[in-house]
Unconditional design. Sequence first.
Length: 126
Amino acid sequence: MASLAVSLLAGGAVVWQRWQTRSSLPGIASGNGRLEATELDVATKLPGRIEAVLANEGDLVQEGQIVTRMDAAVLRAQLREAEAERRRLVEECKVAAARITQRESELVLANIELRCRAHRLRGARP
């Protein structure tokens, strides 16, 4: 019985000593518990491929910090296409304005010819 008590006392002393040396190291803490975090889903306004991931899972990030960069090659191509379409439409507007000016000039000429013919017809009558 005495040997059992001595064994338990020695085992307890060893466990206590190890626990004390672990917790006494500077910058090291020990304990048990549960960590909880708020998980957030991130969504984009437009679909696309990710070009770069700038934060790792578990990193602390600040509000407004960029965590990924999208590959914008498709968006740049769509922008160039839209700019080309805009230039085409501007040129079509210029052509339409030129046609309007041409038709207005034709109308002025037709009115002049009408007056000239009407004047000649009036002059031909007695």
